[in-house]
Design a protein around this ligand. Sequence first.
Ligand code: MLT
Length: 312
Amino acid sequence: MTTITLDKTKRIKTLNHIAEVGLAIFNEEDYTIDNEANDPDAIVVRSYPMHNMAFGGNLKAIARAGAGVNNIPVDTCSNQGIVVFNTPGANANAVKELVLTSIMASSRNLFNGVDWVKDLKGKGEEVPQLVEQGKKQFVGREAKGKKLGVIGLGAIGAMVANDALNLDMDVIGFDPYISVDTAWELSRNIKRAMSLGDVFEQADFITIHVPLTNETAGMLNREAFEQMKPGVHILNFSRGGLVDEDALEVALEKGRVGKYITDFPNDRLLHMENAITLPHLGASTIESEENCARMATRQVRDFLETGNIKNA
Ligand code: MLT
């Protein structure tokens, strides 16, 4: 007599570190976290680039523990019937806090000032005097009263806008997917929702919170920089590709853009003093990693259990 054992175990592969509280959702008999699996039922990923990966015939879902899905070949997945989930909003607070920190840090020259003081290492007792002589170069501006232009009024953009009002900033906004009137309705606290051109022309600080798509790629380009107030500070915690980096380099060299603060390292900007690059830290808080992991793993489990697609 032949005994047939049906293997009902669902194998989940993770391609990045995923917070334990999220993985715990899989800790049931039917699920195995198997990061060596060639043909898992589902993949949970953060920023691992998946465009060149071949997917096994068993793969049913990919969940990104984050908002953007541009590290995942979404079209290929759709053609192969693989559902792609993301976790919009789950890391919004973490990103918002870093954006607001960076607005103040850039206007007070904090990043460059800290580097400059570090370079005084070894100057011994001269340090206090050198600091007194040198600190003039880091005199900053206050955020209060300055105009903040928020491009993209989704979960993160709206939170940034609302909290910037508490810093007494004058907040204006634009969203490429919703009309100015709807943006106004959705983000009641934003004083004025206006056209993109108006935001470029009026803002002292511009922060961009739109996904990277064919329509938004290179949205901040030479024409945009030319419309902006000379010396504007630009914050990009969304995706590097939203900015035309050739044009940005020129605008930074000329001082047309006073500072560019980005979460997306790019070798060509690293030598520029007025380009501040963070190592993709926007969503890197314990709280955000846990929120994203929980949301991503629940989506996968519910889908594998019931076929329900929530937020795909
Ligand atoms: C996002 O798209 O939300 C972030 O890239 C998440 C992350 O930092 O992993």
